[in-house]
Ligand binder design. Structure first.
Ligand code: GBH
Length: 484
């Protein structure tokens, strides 16, 4: 797996990603109302340091400078999300002042010749809808579809690529079952219902958007892990890996691409909470799975870390950052018994996530082979990145671990390309240091440093390296030596 002087395909797109609540700030301006994240941040202990997104990176006011920065770095595309509570503050009626921000942003991007890649939902549900059940309510899927059409009315002529949802696993199980994310609930039933209604909203929105304009590039972004059994000879370890994969990856891939939920996982969860599964099965109405499995053009793959798991408890305390261990120590897995993270000596990020670039190659290959390849669905790595403690000096920010991380993962993408996987682009997460959800501002993912006192932006070494790779459209051998 060498990265010596390897070129990217000519049409390969390089970009960076952000999300509305993590960067915009201006939480109470121009008619925006609370989302579930504004409310969750007020719960004592929910977010490290009691942080919130009130100001964040103040991108709402600084978007022109931020687009200019993207231009300087040579980004070809920018993946951002729309705040539903800015555009339809109560989940329903339109707020033109909020909508205007996205018009200005998109115009600025087009002016800079940067392809706007719009995500409709990156976790910030209007609080008014949460008060009516949030994603556990089927009506939320219908309102999501209306909101998608509002956005298309406003921006359909200027935004070619539309992603319905970012990481429905996080928006359902991590939020309604693991309690780590807003609304912070601990219910297996709610997690299951939320996952279904999110997927239903996705399918309905794709169908309606497609009917409006057949030329749109439509898709969804999923978060993935690659779960390896600690000992491939041990049935309990193999089973632990199957259950992580099933609850994390297949629970979403199967309905989207095969119009079915994975039967093995449904049965696993039934053993834990039969009433929850009965409620879920009642919520899945005739025709829902056909709606969810609407053809899509693009599948977004988010990949951060690998997971080594065992079916038996380790002798030593479990490592942090692995599956079944949220920051608060609660499991997001409905069927979590006998899933134990195991240490395999790979480097870890500042959040304890395992750095496993080769997993990205296998993941892309697997999604292509088992789900998307035969249908001609294109793959994009829509997020990949890491939190590290950067070294700030006069005029420069050194982040050697992030440089290594980016290079290694771009190498892994090239390995997939070489193996015939249809992967068309890569977005680094994230353009800017930002509000890292339950971790607050404590963890920094940016290739650009944000000084939260002055809002000054400083490209880190990783940004300069990424800009160089984009300009050369290749991973050269010079820095490879130092980086790998
Ligand atoms: C992405 O999610 C988000 O899309 C983005 O907004 C966020 O800022 C970025 O990553 C960095 O976090 O401890 O059991 O929860 C990341 C998806 C899935 C990655 C869960 C970490 C840890 C396993 N995450 N995973 S658990």
């Amino acid at each position: 797996m060498s990265t010596t002087g390897r070129s990217f395909p000519q049409d390969f797109l390089f970009g960076a990603a952000t999300a509305a609540y993590q960067i915009e700030g201006a939480a109470h301006e121009d008619g925006r109302r609370d989302s579930i994240w504004d409310v969750f941040c007020r719960v004592p202990g929910a977010v490290v340091g009691g942080d919130n997104g009130d100001v964040a990176c103040d991108h709402y006011h600084r978007y022109r400078d931020d687009v200019a920065l993207m231009k300087r770095l040579g980004l070809q595309t920018y993946r951002f999300s729309v705040s539903w509570s800015r555009v339809r503050p109560d989940g329903g009626a339109l707020n033109p002042a909020g909508l205007d921000f996205y018009k200005r942003l998109v115009d600025e991007l087009r002016e800079a010749d940067i392809l706007p890649w719009l995500t409709l939902y990156h976790w910030d549900l209007p609080q008014a809808l949460q008060e009516r059940g949030g994603w556990t309510a089927r009506s939320t899927a219908d309102l999501f579809t209306e909101y998608a059409l509002d956005m298309h009315d406003a921006l359909g002529d200027r935004v070619p690529v539309w992603t319905t949802l970012n990481e429905p696993w996080c928006a359902s199980f991590l939020s309604y079952t693991g309690g780590e994310h807003a609304p912070g609930h601990h219910s297996i039933e709610e997690g299951l219902l939320a996952s279904h209604h999110l997927l239903l909203g996705h399918g309905q929105a794709v169908r309606e958007l497609r009917a409006r304009d057949a030329s749109l590039d439509l898709g969804i972004t999923l978060n993935h892990t690659v779960a390896d059994p600690a000992d491939p000879q041990k049935p309990a370890d193999v089973d632990a890996a199957r259950r992580v994969d099933g609850q994390f990856n297949r629970w979403f891939l199967d309905p989207i691409h095969r119009a079915s939920y994975p039967a093995d996982i449904v049965e696993d969860i039934r053993k834990v909470d039969a009433a929850a599964v009965a409620s879920f099965e009642a919520a899945v109405r005739d025709g829902d799975l056909a709606t969810i499995a609407q053809p899509i053009d693009t599948q977004g793959v988010n990949y951060y870390h690998g997971d080594l798991v065992s079916g038996t408890a380790p002798e030593h305390a479990p490592v942090s950052g692995g599956p079944a261990t949220t920051r608060a120590g609660r499991s997001p897995y409905p069927s979590d018994a006998g899933i134990h993270p195991v240490e395999r000596g790979l480097p870890r990020t500042a959040q304890g996530w395992e750095v496993q670039p080769e997993g990205l190659t296998r993941l892309l290959q697997r999604v292509h082979d088992e789900y998307t390849g035969e249908k001609g669905v294109r793959l994009f790595v829509t997020e990949n990145g890491a939190a590290y403690d950067d070294v700030v000096t006069e005029g420069a920010v050194h982040d050697p671990d992030r440089v290594t991380y980016v290079r290694a993962h771009l190498g892994a993408v090239l390995d997939a390309v070489d193996a015939g996987v249809d992967v068309r682009g890569y977005f680094y997460w994230s353009l800017l240091d930002n509000f890292e959800w339950a971790w607050g501002y404590d963890k920094r993912f940016g290739i650009v440093r944000v000084d939260y006192e002055t809002q000054e932006r400083t490209p880190k070494d990783s940004a300069l390296e990424y800009a160089r790779i984009i300009a050369e459209r290749a991973l050269d051998d010079v820095s490879t030596a130092g980086a790998r």
